[in-house]
Ligand binder design. Structure first.
Ligand code: ZN
Length: 279
């Protein structure tokens, strides 16, 4: 998805096309931006990616099962074609940033953004900055305490029963034989889903103490899931974190994206603005 926006965070134009081979995909990206006169470009990329500015492979996609993208110089290809400042981060960090600048975490100096869809990603914004480190957070693959009545082996090719392996959209489908969108609200799938997502959110609260948690992505379109997750978070924390936000105020602490499906695109816009400012 590509778009053009302004300093107020308004998206003025957008286009989307399927992600194919990297060369042909970026040709379409370049064609879109080439004559638009943009001042900067922000990129929120699927990962894992290299975000270490000192690395010789800064701007590359590192390891991915997406055909052709592993080891591809994503950022460099765009830079050679369009001479503007670039911001570069993961898609989930980008979404977290968009929510912090214009969305559900506006005015706060920290938030964590979970996307629960075909995979699970976790973007972390802390003390007014996106968190990077050795690489970037990969919270979708944290290890989970298994539900005592759950014998599903999980679907992550690396870990089996990590968070993504147990609760991403394809895990729901594999476990129950139908996609989540076809399961009724009263189906036991949702309690189990809330058990795993709630556990991950509780762990995140304990580890990072973010001021807001935002849950987005395709699976979270099941609006009835959010209250179940809040319940599980409280159950896992069991009163240990004595902040009103996770007690009486949990409905305004664990929230859907304020920017809806625009979180990623808005975040990329915010990354672009930041790149323009720091030029
Ligand atoms: Zn995993």
């Amino acid at each position: 998805m590509c778009g053009i926006g302004n300093q107020a965070g308004e998206i003025e134009d957008r286009i989307s096309f399927a992600t194919g081979q990297p060369g042909e995909t970026l040709e379409q990206v370049i064609a879109y931006f080439k004559d638009k006169g943009v001042e900067a470009i922000g990129i929120g990329s699927f990962g894992p990616i290299d975000i270490d500015r000192k690395s010789p492979t800064y701007g590359f996609v590192t390891t991915t099962p997406k055909p052709g993208w592993s080891g591809y110089d994503f950022l460099g290809t765009l830079r050679r074609a369009i001479d503007v400042p670039f911001g570069w981060d993961t898609d989930v960090n980008s979404a977290a940033f968009g929510e912090a600048v214009w969305g559900a975490a506006r005015g706060l100096d920290s938030c964590v953004y979970f996307t629960v869809g075909t995979g699970i990603g976790v973007g972390v914004y802390a003390e007014g900055k996106l968190v990077h480190g050795l690489v970037h957070p990969e919270g979708g693959h944290i290890l989970m305490r298994r539900h005592p009545e759950d014998d599903f082996e999980g679907i992550c090719p690396y870990h089996g029963d990590c968070l993504e392996g147990m609760s991403a959209g394809p895990a729901i489908e594999k476990r129950w034989g139908v996609p989540g969108s076809r399961l009724s609200e009263s189906h036991p799938a949702w309690r189990l889903e809330a058990y795993y997502i709630g556990q991950a959110v509780a762990g995140t609260i304990l580890l990072l103490s973010p001021k807001r948690i935002i849950l987005g992505g395709g699976v979270m379109k099941q609006a009835h899931l959010l209250p179940l997750i809040r319940e599980e978070v409280k159950r896992f924390l069991n009163g240990y974190v004595s902040a009103n936000e996770v007690m009486a105020g949990i409905d305004s602490y664990i929230v859907p994206p304020g920017l809806g499906d625009n979180a990623g695109l808005s975040g990329a816009l915010a990354l672009g603005l930041e790149a323009a400012r720091s030029k």
